[in-house]
Design a protein around this ligand. Structure first.
Ligand SMILES: Nc1nc2c(c(=O)[nH]1)N[C@H]1C(S)=C(S)[C@@H](COP(=O)(O)OP(=O)(O)OC[C@H]3O[C@@H](n4cnc5c(=O)[nH]c(N)nc54)[C@H](O)[C@@H]3O)O[C@H]1N2
Ligand SMILES: Nc1nc2c(c(=O)[nH]1)N[C@H]1C(S)=C(S)[C@@H](COP(=O)(O)OP(=O)(O)OC[C@H]3O[C@@H](n4cnc5c(=O)[nH]c(N)nc54)[C@H](O)[C@@H]3O)O[C@H]1N2
Ligand code: SF4
Ligand SMILES: [Mo]
Length: 668
């Protein structure tokens, strides 16, 4: 048995370093190592058990052609050559007749690397003149807000949280979504740090926190603005930092003045005393860090809310010390590298389709209508909004659906053609972390089962078959990786680090301190507290959009869908046997005669879900929780939370507003 070094590129901030035991090309065991220091030699249960995913009965092993009606689950195995010929001829025919824009690539992160996302897939669809997908499932509102205020600026390194005296977890649940922060928080607390959690649910860390603010979903904006306003009004704002490092402070203060602590507490469903206590802790503590998560962005106020939360450390003067400031996505750690250099084809100005509005796009776009959907790195039936409408569209006989996948997902089941994809231990991946500031170039360590092929192999073959290869093209993995590094002045040094240590750290180091080692990446190097571009995009940044009163009587409950510990979004869902459970507060359950374990119906104008209820004291009244990532088999009627999620967007980044679902609930 061989032990090989790798790194986990799944959509998780931690970017664990791995030791993978391999025998005869098969993964036997996966353990954490120490190359990413926060891994500390341990990893999550999901990846420890990845052999069940790689070699389980749901793995797609050959190309499969649908032989029954769409969704009927009857397939015939094909040779790759025949599958590729079929795709090339169908896409070619559609392009020649209806135009390239009748073809829509559909992809999100998959395993989030720069080889599997980007690379030859993007080159292929650009040269085909396909419609352009705007990728908005996740982090597009947070990304727009963070870049608007700070430009590209790395946040507080996760390992530096040990130095913090106050840790604020705002719409983030590391106990499930980034487990390596938990022991770091424990260490900080052992050294005297306080912990504040802002979350509608009493999460495991909220239970242990010094202060938990159980906000109503979507009300972070008033809370953050009221805190900012109180800082200004009480003379607690850091005037020196604001004048030296910030633009737009006056305008920000003017807008924040719309919210007193009283008004914000009423809107968010909190005690004013809790907001006073939060303010007191925040002012008194240094270093203080706000770990902003992705629970803040997924509603109609989400972009403004994230911007307001990120403004707080500037207003309160929390930067410039190790362990102080904010952490959002450390993907912005200024690597000076990106996947674009490997694509080798400029983006054409083709029609843009927001992936979070896919159901409507398929139903309503004309000139041209979408006739082919090519899905890779994504499982939209489980993860996109408006699930029932999407399923109906995928069933259309005049829509050609190709899905490149590792396992038979709910999306693959609705395809015309399914192609077997490799998983991360079976292909090379270049990946930088969005929590841990590390970069890996991990080789394949295991043999792909069956006829699984990498994204590069698939799209390289299609480029060739469709006559889209140019004589100057570079397309081997080595060439793509070389192009990524060669495009950057710091690339050679990073490559040398990777060759020497098996891991690289950003040019500014793995634990840069904002406003000491690194400064905002905005045009003038200052924080933009009210950036005009965001103001335009949001139609008024920091302007709160309350719940539409008309909807309340019919659909009085807010449904949120946070992450599960046992999956990454829908990834690994095939391994779960237990049905989905809907968490209901004791109050809302009692009002409807619902007991734990009862079958319930939860619905709105978009659809309904029939599943099992669990009475949960950790959920605030008025809120229901049905996790993201369930598969259709996990509920009694084959629909998940996504069947209740509207296609309306957050105010920035075209972001999906997953937590804006409003529903009614009844016992069945
Ligand atoms: N185990 C596991 N790890 C994951 C993932 C996974 O699915 N499973 N997903 C990965 C991905 S894709 C991402 S984007 C990250 C997400 O990482 P997190 O941001 O931690 O994930 P979520 O669970 O979506 O949301 C965090 C919290 O926000 C709360 N919340 C919901 N609405 C609101 C609100 O309006 N305001 C506030 N303040 N809180 C709210 C939820 O109750 C939840 O506890 O995790 C990554 N890591
Ligand atoms: N209800 C609700 N839904 C949500 C959210 C929510 O908060 N609530 N949050 C959203 C968030 S944060 C995110 S990030 C999205 C994620 O949504 P998706 O992008 O759909 O992510 P996954 O569910 O992880 O599915 C990724 C798929 O890509 C496949 N894959 C992985 N690597 C490769 C590869 O190399 N090649 C190919 N061809 N395929 C590969 C995996 O097998 C997997 O099936 O979900 C969103 N969905
Ligand atoms: S999913 Fe996250 S915690 Fe699990 S191995 Fe990967 S990086 Fe580590
Ligand atoms: Mo995400």
């Amino acid at each position: 048995m061989d032990v090989r070094a790798s790194a986990c590129p799944l959509d998780c901030p931690d970017l664990c370093s791995l030791d993978v035991s391999v025998e005869a090309g098969r993964v036997i065991e996966v353990n954490g190592s120490h190359k990413t220091p926060i891994t500390r030699g341990f990893i999550c249960g999901k990846v420890r058990k990845i052999a069940d995913h790689l070699y389980g009965p749901d793995r797609v092993l050959t190309p499969l052609l649908r032989t029954g009606a769409k969704g009927e689950d009857r397939w015939r195995a094909l040779e790759w050559d025949d599958a590729l010929a079929m795709i090339a001829s169908r896409l070619g025919e559609i392009r020649d007749r209806a135009g390239g824009e009748a073809i829509l690539p559909y992809h999100y992160g998959g395993s989030n690397g720069w080889l599997t996302e980007g690379g030859l897939a993007t080159r292929f669809f650009r040269r085909l003149g396909a419609s352009t997908l705007r990728r908005t499932f996740c982090a597009s509102a947070t990304g727009a807000a963070a870049r608007g205020l700070y430009g590209e600026l790395p946040g507080v390194a996760l390992e530096d949280f040990v130095h913090s005296k106050l840790i604020v977890l705002w719409g983030v649940n590391p106990s499930a979504t980034g487990i390596h922060l938990v022991p770091i928080i424990d260490e900080a607390r052992a050294a005297g740090a306080k912990l504040v959690v802002v979350d509608p649910r009493r999460t495991p860390l909220a239970r242990r926190a010094d202060l938990h603010l159980p906000v109503r979903p979507g009300t972070d904006l008033p809370v953050a603005l009221a805190l900012a306003h109180a800082l200004f009004e009480r003379g607690l704002a850091d005037r020196r930092f604001l004048s030296e490092h910030c633009d737009g402070a006056q305008e920000f203060a003017r807008r924040a003045a719309a919210w007193s602590l009283d008004a914000a507490a009423a809107e968010a469903g909190l005690e004013v005393s809790a907001l006073e206590r939060f303010l007191e802790l925040y002012v008194a503590s240094s270093p203080a860090v706000i770990r902003c998560g992705w629970g803040v962005e997924r509603n109609r106020n989400g972009g403004s809310a994230v911007a307001a939360v990120l403004a707080l450390p500037a207003i309160a003067g929390k930067f410039g010390v190790r362990g102080g400031g904010y952490t959002l996505s450390n993907g912005d750690a200024r690597w000076g590298l990106g996947p674009e250099a490997a694509i080798g084809e400029p983006a054409p100005a083709t029609r843009v389709v927001n992936m979070s509005q896919i159901a409507s796009a398929l139903a309503t776009l004309t000139a041209p209508r979408v006739e082919a959907l090519f899905v890779y790195n994504c499982n939209p039936v489980a993860t996109a909004p408006n699930q029932a409408a999407l399923i109906e569209q995928l069933r259309r006989d005049d829509l050609f659906v190709v899905v490149h996948e590792q396992v038979m997902t709910d999306t693959a089941k609705l395809a015309d053609l399914v192609l077997p994809a490799t998983a991360f231990l079976e292909h090379r991946e270049l990946r930088r972390g969005y929590g841990a500031m590390r970069l890996y170039d991990s080789p394949a360590v295991a043999t792909p089962p069956g006829q699984a092929r990498t994204n590069q192999q698939l799209f390289g073959a299609l480029l060739e078959r469709m006559g889209l290869v140019r004589p100057t093209d570079r397309h081997s993995e080595d060439e793509l990786v070389a192009d990524i590094f060669n495009a950057s002045p710091g690339g050679a040094a990073l490559r040398a680090q990777l060759a020497r240590d098996g891991v690289a750290t950003p040019p500014a180091g793995a634990t840069p301190v904002a406003f000491a080692d690194v400064f905002p990446g905005t045009a003038n190097g200052k924080v933009q507290l009210t950036p005009p571009a965001l103001d335009d995009e949001a139609g008024g940044l920091y302007r709160y959009k309350p719940e539409p009163a008309a909807a309340a009587p019919a659909f009085p409950l807010a449904l949120i869908s946070p992450a599960m510990a046992t999956q990454i979004s829908s990834t690994f869902g095939q391994l779960r046997e237990r049905p989905a459970e809907l968490d209901v507060s004791p109050e809302d359950a009692a009002a409807r005669g619902i007991t734990s374990g009862a079958t319930v119906r939860v619905w709105n104008e978009l659809g309904e879900v029939i599943c099992i209820a669990r009475i949960d004291r950790d959920v605030r009244p008025g809120v229901l929780v049905l996790a993201k990532g369930f598969w259709r088999k996990h509920t009694a009627n084959g629909f998940t939370a996504n069947a209740l999620i509207p296609e309306t967007l957050a105010d920035l980044g075209g972001q999906a507003a997953y937590n804006d679902a409003r529903v009614q609930l009844a016992a069945l």
